[in-house]
Design a protein around this ligand. Structure first.
Ligand code: DX5
Ligand code: ZN
Length: 217
């Protein structure tokens, strides 16, 4: 069964605590927090202060996805804010080893993220040092986009490397995930599913978490 990471990008910001407690009690393992800088992606979302404000109100794993150009300078602020996992986009830095090392040195789990147009080859040099790989299943920047099925082969390719080398990183998917699109990803080796609009766009978000889990039994 896949782990579920609701994305609070699609939550009700005025009632955020309620929306976080709902998915926590509903069995979600991670809380996915999308950080957008208006440069790497067109939108602007949250900063480190947002993560810091959430930290005391939940024990959920805070899974912070940095869609930020040159993230090295801001990573320490997210470490201090209480993130449990920090992901950096390989396309956003000239120095991916350095960025991941800053995260690890802060005692936080390190994740590398690849866009749909980026080949797995690009992240091979850092796979030995990550706790999680995020395979974007849409181009990042917005919630509610359509899943790109051509990303499934990349999940399988990554999973093959994971088996061959004996790595134990989680493989996360993000974008357009629902109880149907998750199935092939899970079969290909995905272990964590981010879901924003599918979970928070529903009248009963917990039923959507269960639907993702039921589809990957
Ligand atoms: C997209 C973000 C996602 C987003 C997913 O740039 O990285 O985490 O919240 O939203 P859905 O599940 O609606 O595609
Ligand atoms: Zn995300």
């Amino acid at each position: 069964m896949i782990k579920v990471a609701p994305s609070i990008l699609s939550a009700d910001y005025v009632n955020l605590q309620k929306d976080i407690e709902l998915v926590d009690k509903g069995g979600a393992e991670y809380l996915h927090i999308d950080i957008m800088d208006g440069s790497f992606v067109p939108s602007i979302s949250f900063g480190p202060g947002f993560v810091k404000a959430i930290r005391p109100i939940t024990n959920m794993v805070l899974d912070v996805h940095l869609m930020v150009q040159n993230p090295e300078h801001i990573i320490p602020d997210f470490i201090d804010a209480g993130a449990d996992i920090i992901g950096v986009q390989v396309e956003a830095t000239q120095h991916i080893h350095r960025a991941l090392q800053i995260i690890k040195n802060g005692g936080v789990k390190a994740e590398v993220v690849i866009n749909p147009g980026t080949p797995v080859e690009m992240i091979k040099p850092v796979l030995h040092m990550v706790d999680q790989v995020l395979v974007m299943t849409v181009n990042p920047g917005f919630g509610g986009q359509k899943f790109l099925p051509e990303t499934v082969d990349k999940i399988a390719e990554l999973n093959q490397i994971k088996q061959d080398k004996g790595y134990d990183f989680d493989i996360e998917i993000d974008g357009g995930v629902n109880n149907q699109t998750v199935v092939d990803c899970y079969k290909a080796g995905a272990t964590v599913a981010v879901a924003g609009s599918y979970v928070y766009g529903a009248d009963d978000p917990v039923s959507r978490i269960n639907a993702i889990k039921d589809a990957t039994k």
